[in-house]
Design a protein around this ligand. Structure first.
Ligand code: ADP
Ligand code: ASP
Ligand code: MG
Length: 408
C-alpha cells in the first residue's frame, strides 16, 4: 500500500480537554503508520466564545487585537496534541497559520485565504510525519494575524487539502455525520450517507453549522470529497461529493434553521419605480447582507411596505442607515424584529418535483405557524417565522417529508 496524504480536522468538542485530546492522538496515531498527515485543530470548546466575551467586555473595536484574541485558543490545542504525539514517538510539528504561511486578505474576522504555498508545506514533511496545524487563522501580507469567521477551521482544512491535493479530507466532529436535521433538535434525524456539494452548501448557509459555509464552497470549487464523521465512535460518516456521483436524488434531504435573522419593515414608502433600488443600494454600499425580501401595497394603494431580513449582527447598523436617510427614501416608519427564524428545506430532487413548497406551507399552517417571508432557489425553500416556533416547525417538516430514521 502506498503512502497517502490525509487531512484530519478536529472541532472544539473533540479537543475540549486533555482526555479528548488523548483520544484525538489515538486516532491520529492509528492513521500515521501508513500516511503523512496534516491535523487541523480548533480551540477547546468554549474558548473562542470566551475571547469574544473579553472583546465585548472592553468594547474593543481594534480589529488586529481582536483577531489576536480570537485565534489564541488554537495555539493551545496544537501545542498539546503535538507534545502528546511526540510522547508516542510520532514525528510531529505544531504550526500556527503564519508559519505555513496561510496568507489571507485583510478583512479581519472574516478573512479569505488567498494563498498557501504547497512546496513550503512539503518541506515540513522532510523531517516530520505529522503536521499539527492551527485552524481558523492566517496572516495578511502586512503581517497581521487574521481569523476566518466563526467555525472557520473547517475552511482551513479544506484549503490545505486543496493546496496539497490531499487524498482524503476528514472532518471529525461530535456527531456521526450530516443529518437530515440538527440531531440536537430532531432526535430521530437520519444520518445522510452521501450528499451533493450544492445541498451541503444550502444546508450550511441556511444554518446547519456542522460545516463552515466557505469550506463547502471551496470543496465544491476544487471537487474535493469531504467526509464528516465522529471523533467518538469509529463509523463511516457522510460523504460530500459531486452530484453526478449520487445514484438517488432525494426530493428533500434536509431541514435547517437559523435564528441569526432579523426582520425590518419599512412602511409608507412611495409606490414608484426606483424605490427598492434606492433602499437596497444604500444597504449594499454599507456591506449589509440583505436576504429575504417581501414588498406589498398598503391599504391606500398609494404607498407600499417593504420587509426584509439581515443578520442579527447587522440589524442596528441597518436601522441607523435607514434612519439617517429618511429624507432620501421618504417613508413613514421603521419596525424591527429580532425574534424571527428562518426555516429551510433542501433537496436536489426538488428541481424536478412539484408540490414541495405546497407541502411546506400546509405543514406550517396545520401547526398554526404564520409565514412572514418566503425565498427560494432551485434546490431550497426558506420561510421566515416567529422564533418561538423554530423547533416545532423543524420537527413537523422533518416528519412531513418522511425524513426520520427508520430501522431497516
Ligand atoms: P465542531 O466543534 O466539531 O466544529 P460544530 O459545533 O461546529 O462542531 O458542528 C457540529 C454541530 O452541528 C452538531 O453538534 C449539531 O448540533 C450541529 N448541526 C446542525 N445541523 C446539523 C445537521 N444537519 N447535521 C449534523 N449536525 C448538525
Ligand atoms: N475556534 C473557532 C470558533 O470557535 C473556529 C472553529 O471552531 O472552527 O469559531
Ligand atoms: Mg465547527
Amino acid at each position: 500500500k502506498s503512502m497517502s496524504l490525509i487531512i484530519m480536522k478536529f472541532g472544539g468538542t473533540s479537543v475540549a480537554n486533555i482526555n479528548k485530546i488523548n483520544n484525538v492522538a489515538k486516532i491520529v496515531a492509528s492513521e500515521s503508520s501508513n500516511n503523512k498527515l496534516i491535523v487541523v485543530l480548533s480551540a477547546m470548546a468554549g474558548v473562542t466564545n470566551q475571547m469574544q466575551n473579553y472583546i465585548n467586555e472592553i468594547e474593543s473595536e481594534e480589529i488586529i487585537e481582536n483577531d489576536l484574541l480570537l485565534t489564541s485558543g488554537e495555539n493551545v490545542t496544537i501545542a498539546i496534541l503535538s507534545a502528546i504525539l511526540k510522547k508516542k514517538k510520532i514525528k510531529s510539528i505544531p504550526l500556527l497559520g503564519w508559519q505555513v504561511p496561510i496568507i489571507t486578505d485583510n478583512s479581519h474576522q472574516k478573512a479569505k485565504i488567498l494563498n498557501i504555498d504547497e512546496s513550503r508545506i512539503m518541506k515540513f514533511f522532510e523531517k516530520n510525519d505529522v503536521i499539527v496545524l492551527a485552524g481558523f487563522q492566517g496572516i495578511t501580507n502586512d503581517g497581521h494575524i487574521t481569523s476566518l469567521g466563526r467555525g472557520g477551521s473547517d475552511t482551513t482544512a479544506v484549503a490545505i487539502a486543496s493546496a496539497v491535493s490531499a487524498d482524503r479530507c476528514d472532518i471529525y466532529t461530535d456527531v456521526e455525520g450530516v443529518y437530515s436535521a440538527d440531531p440536537n433538535i430532531v432526535p430521530k434525524a437520519r444520518k445522510i450517507s452521501k450528499l451533493a456539494f450544492e445541498e451541503m452548501l444550502e444546508m450550511s448557509s441556511t444554518g446547519a453549522k456542522v460545516l463552515h459555509t466557505r469550506s463547502v464552497e471551496l470543496a465544491m470549487k476544487n471537487n474535493l470529497i469531504l467526509q464528516v464523521l465522529s471523533s467518538l465512535i469509529k463509523k463511516p460518516g457522510t460523504l460530500i461529493l459531486d452530484e453526478k456521483k449520487l445514484i438517488e436524488k432525494e426530493i428533500v434531504s434536509g431541514v435547517s434553521y437559523s435564528k441569526n435573522e432579523s426582520k425590518i419593515t419599512i412602511s409608507g414608502i412611495p409606490d414608484k419605480p426606483g424605490i427598492s433600488a434606492k433602499i437596497f443600494g444604500l444597504l449594499a454600499s454599507k456591506n449589509i447582507n440583505v436576504d429575504m425580501i417581501v414588498q406589498n401595497i398598503s391599504q391606500d394603494g398609494i404607498s407600499a411596505n417593504i420587509t426584509f431580513t439581515v443578520p442579527n449582527s447587522e440589524i442596528s447598523y441597518a436601522k441607523k442607515i435607514l434612519q439617517n436617510n429618511l429624507n432620501l427614501i421618504g417613508y413613514h416608519s421603521i419596525k424591527t424584529d429580532e425574534k424571527v427564524s428562518k426555516i429551510s428545506v433542501i433537496g436536489m430532487g426538488m428541481m424536478s418535483q412539484s408540490g414541495v413548497a405546497q407541502k411546506m406551507f400546509k405543514t406550517l399552517a396545520d401547526n398554526s405557524i404564520n409565514i412572514l417571508a418566503i425565498s427560494t432557489s432551485e434546490i431550497k425553500i426558506s420561510v421566515l417565522i416567529d422564533e418561538k416556533f423554530t423547533n416545532i416547525a423543524v420537527q413537523s417538516l422533518h416528519n412531513a417529508y418522511n425524513l426520520e430514521y427508520k430501522d431497516e
